[in-house]
Write a protein that binds this ligand. Structure first.
Ligand code: C5P
Length: 220
């Protein structure tokens, strides 16, 4: 049954999902997008793809003008987490993400994406605070660093890879410090965000909680 069949009025919907690495925001966002028939953008991939494009061309990561130029020409339709998942790519992404000119270029593209009818779920670090401050509803998804490290570790093993839990935890803590400590658009919950701590509840329960809140925001 489509949303129209159910008698719901169609309006442009934007859902903002923020939080640190491996908190479960990607899974939650995909589930919400599927459920409400919305587009989904994992904005972490835009920073990853920018860092990767620089590395592939042998260009330095710390030249802000150059990195912003690359960011401005990024094609959002071709982003693939499988291709951009490497540990080092995430680390490089968080280094290009501190540069204001890079953020300006990517935020512009992310806002254009959010305007695509009938709306979108965007997940990242600054969606509720900077990219889409007027989103219908905002979530801040978190979990303890140890839980997030264990999840990332299990995921790598499940995909046939090898990983060291202590190294993953150190990486997560380093990335949290860089993301929360930067001057431009630091990672923090928007004042009006709903907090979802997935340490105990797990991602499926988080989805059910989020769905109830979105339905309420839609007046259903
Ligand atoms: O979410 P993911 O781990 O793929 O993001 C990689 C890096 O990109 C983050 O550590 C963060 O520094 C940066 N990022 C950001 N703003 C976003 C999304 C990601 O600064 N909206």
């Amino acid at each position: 049954m489509t949303e129209a069949d159910k008698g719901f009025s169609r309006r442009h919907i934007v859902i903002a999902v923020d939080g640190p690495a491996a908190a479960g925001k990607g899974t939650l966002s995909r589930r919400l997008a599927e459920h409400y028939g919305l587009h989904h953008l994992d904005t972490g991939l835009t920073y990853r793809a920018t860092a990767r494009a620089l590395a592939d061309r042998g260009l330095p990561l710390d030249d802000e003008a150059l990195a912003a130029e690359v960011a401005a020409t990024l094609d959002l339709s071709g982003l693939d987490r499988a291709v951009l998942s490497a540990h080092e790519t995430g680390e490089a992404a968080s280094r290009v993400a501190v540069m204001p000119a890079v953020r300006r270029a990517l935020v512009e593209a992310q806002r254009r994406f959010a305007l695509t009818p009938p709306g979108a779920v965007l997940d990242g670090r600054d969606i509720g605070t900077v990219v889409c401050p007027d989103a219908l509803i905002k979530f801040y998804v978190t979990a303890t660093p140890a839980t997030r490290a264990r999840r990332r570790h299990d995921e790598i093993l499940a995909n046939g890879g090898r990983a060291d839990l202590a190294e993953i935890l150190a990486d997560i803590e380093r990335r949290d410090a860089r993301d929360t400590g930067r001057t431009d658009s630091p990672l923090r919950p928007a004042a009006d965000a709903h907090l979802l701590d997935t340490t105990e509840m797990g991602i499926e329960t988080a989805f059910e909680a989020a769905r109830t809140l979105v339905d309420a925001a839609l007046g259903r």
